[in-house]
Design a protein around this ligand. Structure first.
Ligand code: CU
Length: 161
């Protein structure tokens, strides 16, 4: 049985090397808000609306913003003091510069975007992670709790070969 074992360990080493060379990218995502309550009254910070995101009351930061295609892990931390947030990862269709929005519900029309996954209801100071297989393209990260998207909770990550 010895040759068999040798073959196995050789294969294991090759696997380790290729994993190290092609490390699965991890995007660190942080969720912030400067609200401290349920007040989400600053509107028009949605994508393509020309709002100054530096003045947004809520936001999503992602680092790095560009990764290679393949398995991508999003490690999400909610840095808010009181508010629960979520992150939905959706493919941004080519040419879409504004998101379809339901003014009454104060939510992005989720069904009009192809979602790849989400991290739901992250309590303040908590983290969660999701790993997705992504092809080249632009991916939108957003929080769709009522009012949060318009308050600035969105960002775009580029998956480029
Ligand atoms: Cu939110």
């Amino acid at each position: 049985m010895k040759p068999f074992n040798l073959t196995l360990s050789a294969a294991a080493i090759v696997t380790c090397l290729s994993t190290a060379a092609m490390a699965e990218p991890v995007i660190t995502v942080t969720l912030i808000d400067k609200v401290g309550s349920g007040d989400t009254s600053v509107p028009d910070m949605g994508m393509g609306m020309g709002g100054d995101l530096a003045k947004a009351k809520m936001g999503i930061n992602a680092s790095p913003r560009q990764v290679r295609p393949g398995m991508v892990t999003f490690k999400v931390t909610n840095l808010a003091s009181k508010i629960v947030h979520e992150v939905i990862v959706a493919r941004l269709p080519d040419g879409m510069d504004k998101l379809p929005y339901d003014e009454t519900a104060m939510m992005v029309k989720e069904n009009s975007l192809q979602a790849f996954g989400s991290v739901n209801e992250i309590d303040p100071s908590r983290s969660a992670a999701i790993t997705l297989s992504l092809k080249p393209g632009k991916y939108l990260l957003y929080c769709n709790l009522p009012g949060h998207y318009m308050a600035g909770m969105w960002t775009v990550v580029d998956v480029a070969p």
